[in-house]
Design a protein around this ligand. Structure first.
Ligand SMILES: NC(=O)c1ccc[n+]([C@@H]2O[C@H](COP(=O)([O-])OP(=O)(O)OC[C@H]3O[C@@H](n4cnc5c(N)ncnc54)[C@H](O)[C@@H]3O)[C@@H](O)[C@H]2O)c1
Length: 366
């Protein structure tokens, strides 16, 4: 029977895995695990917010189907993506005599996903791994594609691997407990997916902004599934980010990352930085003749309906420009900008004049 909750299947060098989203899906997670043959002991990694909200429900759902499940709680927040926490989990797994055929289950946002995935990739040279994302960023982005990592003091995500999960299972109902600002920034990533690859998804954001901000079940689940499918499709085509396809997902990220890092991750949430970055990229693309001013205006209106910032008034322009020069998307000395040619159609450009970049960033900050 067709799985109505299935958003996509990710294909990678070692096989494939389902990406699934449903309302209240956690209750039937035991069935999902047994369908995939994951009946051995599970080790749930979740943070201090999400464990009590959802991690215990995941544990109960697995136990209901006879799957033993242990829980490890990490402190909520980015600082948990550390060697110290990975080490603590290794010690815990060793104490419980975890085996290679057992399963690590990350329940939570991108932090639990990246850290749990890093442990799964490395303990016993690789354990089975399942993602149960509960934040928007984790659902439509971090849980799909197999990038797992921890941070070093020098930079984020410096140590990691490509390590694919056995499945991604998102319970969209969990989004109801996110704060309004967290919800908005999460929608930014999904809106970005529409602008780079799916014009009809942009129409949905335009028509249903209020329902999406209220996490109404049917429309929210539908949009999450579509957004997951876009990410799944991109990573299936370009598993290791070598073909220049996966980079499209970085629309808005060049300026966005610089905004986040130059404010020491204290002012802008990631999705908020992306939102401002999308406006910067669209402004430049319009000036370069890639698309109309209407597109720039349409993007602004949609982002604002989701309470997202479209400028960064008062920020230190020189620091942002400096932060952008350190960006990962610089290759062979030239910066690669993801830009739109139309709604739902994106390109990479390496010929954006520095003068235009500087003028645009000054415009965003004034
Ligand atoms: N691996 C990838 O491809 C990839 C992609 C994008 C981002 N990331 C990583 O993801 C992380 C950011 O993800 P994030 O924004 O989910 O961060 P996060 O995991 O820190 O979650 C944000 C906050 O939301 C809380 N939370 C999560 N789900 C909740 C829910 N349903 N209800 C209430 N509170 C909830 C968490 O406890 C946390 O306090 C970063 O470390 C980033 O590097 C990874």
């Amino acid at each position: 029977m067709a799985d109505i909750d299935l958003a996509a299947e990710v294909h990678h060098a070692g096989g494939s895995y389902p990406v699934v989203a449903g309302w209240g899906l956690i209750d039937s997670l035991g069935d999902r695990f047994t369908d995939l043959g994951l009946t051995n002991t599970a080790y749930i990694i979740s943070d201090s917010n999400v464990m009590n909200l959802y991690g215990r429900n995941v544990q109960r759902a697995l136990q209901k189907r006879g799957i033993a499940a242990h829980c490890f709680i990490i402190p909520a927040g980015e600082t948990s993506k550390s060697f110290d926490l990975a080490q603590a989990i290794y010690t815990w797994l060793a104490g419980l005599k975890a085996e290679r055929g057992h399963t690590i289950v990350s329940v939570g946002g991108g932090v639990a996903g990246d850290l749990g995935g890093f442990v799964a990739a490395t303990y016993l040279r690789g354990m089975a791994f399942v993602q149960v994302p509960t934040s928007m960023a984790a659902m439509v982005d971090a849980s799909i594609g197999g990038k797992v990592a921890i941070n070093l003091p020098e930079a984020k995500n410096l140590v990691g691997a490509f390590y694919q999960p056995k499945g991604v299972f998102a319970d969209v109902q969990t989004l109801s407990t996110l704060g309004k600002r967290e919800l908005s920034e999460g929608w930014a990533e999904a809106i970005k997916h529409g602008f780079i690859l799916d014009a009809s998804l942009v129409d949905v954001f335009e028509e249903h902004a209020e329902a999406l901000m209220n996490v109404e079940p049917e429309i929210s689940t539908d949009v999450i599934r579509r957004s997951m499918a876009i990410k799944a499709d991109v990573v299936s085509q370009d598993e290791r980010e070598t073909l220049g396809i996966r980079i499209m997902l970085n629309y808005g990220h060049t300026i966005g990352h610089a905004l986040e890092s130059t404010t020491e991750y204290g002012t802008f949430f990631h999705g908020e930085g992306v939102s401002v970055g999308m406006m910067g990229a669209a402004t430049m693309a319009h000036e370069m003749g890639l698309h109309s001013q209407d597109l720039v205006d349409r993007q602004r209106v949609i982002l604002e309906r989701f309470n997202l910032p479209t400028s960064a008034k008062g920020l230190n322009v020189d620091a942002i420009l400096e932060g952008m020069s350190l960006d990962k998307k610089v290759q062979g000395g030239s910066k690669r900008w993801v830009m739109l040619e139309d709604v739902g159609r994106s390109v990479v450009r390496t010929d954006v004049p520095e003068e235009l970049v500087e003028r645009t960033v000054r415009g965003l900050a004034s």
